[in-house]
Ligand binder design. Structure first.
Ligand code: KG4
Ligand code: ZN
Length: 348
């Protein structure tokens, strides 16, 4: 038997009910039930629908995870759960489930930060994280650039979006182009047929004046508006909208700003590893551009496989296992859910 901690992680901050089990840095199982299809017709996640779906999926997903991993709940050394940030009602379902497990099994409980878990998950694929690591987290709910000296207790936010999240911009632009929700994968697909320089869309917060105050911040709402205006003007002129060119040019603008700022931060802070996580990390153009720019800057790029980039329970378990390894004090059983938990609070 290994003496690495066996940890069960629960994630319910948005629309994925995730239950993962890891032993140290080894992934045993990653069971996910998504309610994304129930939200599709609304064009975005409906919190109350997500909460109810978590309630229904929680017990079966825990059972499925244990079965697939060949693990009995009794064998688990600790329970980890996302305690924030995220949708309040959704978080509460996971926190209540995790507390019940911890109490019933008499095992320690770790209430962890969702963003930190997006960083920690990479250890399941690429081994221990370099310390420090630079992390770019881009999803439907967040866009942050973080300096991570120690993922279990020292995360320093360098910048974040001042308006829309990167994934939100993908979803909104997809909607404008008549593509289904969530839009990111569809834009990625149709962009392959388009020209990246067909339309010069703006790069938010990259002018010298912006850089003074927002060196590592992002803004995507101006880009989204620019795409909307461009599409409207074509339609008003009775001309067809070249969907592939719009998608490719938009995607290029997002990937350009994200990778430019992330690599600049690595250089300025003397960090030689960049990790990209969150659903948008699945984007093929973002990955390719990040690889080119990291190679040119002598920075090692780490991107977990797409299934580990989107929300899942394994990421929470991975961070929980690090907490156990490093002897961090477990959370209290009165652990609250915190919808706006700051990233500087890694363990509640
Ligand atoms: O991390 P995630 O599953 O959930 C949260 O939002 O926390 O991220 C979902 C987001 C959606 O906005 C989706 O459109 C985007 O990730 N996404 C992508 C791609 N795959 C998913 N965006 C761009 N390109 C993709 N290939
Ligand atoms: Zn997330």
């Amino acid at each position: 038997m290994s003496d690495e901690p066996l940890v069960l992680g629960v994630e319910t901050s948005c629309d994925e009910t995730g239950v993962g089990i890891v032993r140290g840095e080894t992934l045993l199982v990653d069971a996910v039930a998504s309610s994304v299809e129930e939200h599709a017709r609304f064009g975005g996640v409906v919190p109350e629908v997500a909460s109810r779906a978590h309630l229904e999926a929680m017990a079966p997903t825990i059972e499925r995870a244990c079965q697939q991993a060949g693990v009995r709940l009794d064998d688990v050394d600790a329970i980890a759960v996302t305690s924030g940030p995220g949708l309040m009602g959704a978080l509460l379902v996971g926190v209540a489930a995790a507390k019940s497990l911890a109490l019933a099994l008499g095992k320690p409980l770790y209430g962890v930060n969702h963003l930190a878990a997006h960083v920690a998950v990479d250890q399941l694929e690429h081994g221990s994280l370099p310390e420090p690591t630079m992390a770019l987290l881009v999803s439907g709910g967040h866009s942050s650039l973080l300096l991570v000296p120690d993922v279990t207790h020292d995360i320093r936010p360098l910048g974040s979006t001042i308006d829309d999240a990167a994934g939100e911009a993908f979803d909104k632009v997809a909607r404008l182009l008549g593509l289904p929700f969530p839009g990111g994968p569809h834009i990625d697909r149709v962009a392959r047929e388009g020209q990246v320089d067909a339309i010069a869309f703006p790069r938010g917060l990259t002018r010298p004046r912006d850089l003074e105050r927002h060196r590592y911040d992002f803004s995507f709402s101006g880009l989204k508006t620019a795409v909307a205006r461009w599409v409207e003007s074509r339609e008003a002129a009775g001309e067809p909208v070249p969907v592939a060119d719009v998608a490719a040019s938009f995607q290029e603008a997002v990937a350009d700003v994200l990778t430019r700022k992330a690599v600049a931060a690595c250089r300025a802070e003397g960090v030689d590893a960049l990790l990209i996580g969150g659903g948008v990390a699945a984007n093929s153009r973002l990955r390719a551009m990040a690889q080119e720019r990291c190679d040119a800057a002598g920075v090692q790029l780490r991107v977990p496989r797409p299934g580990l980039c989107t929300d899942n329970g394994a990421m929470v378990a991975a961070l929980g296992a690090q907490m156990v390894r490093r002897g961090r004090t477990p959370s209290s059983l009165s652990l609250p859910a915190d919808s706006s938990m700051p990233v500087t609070t890694v363990l509640a």
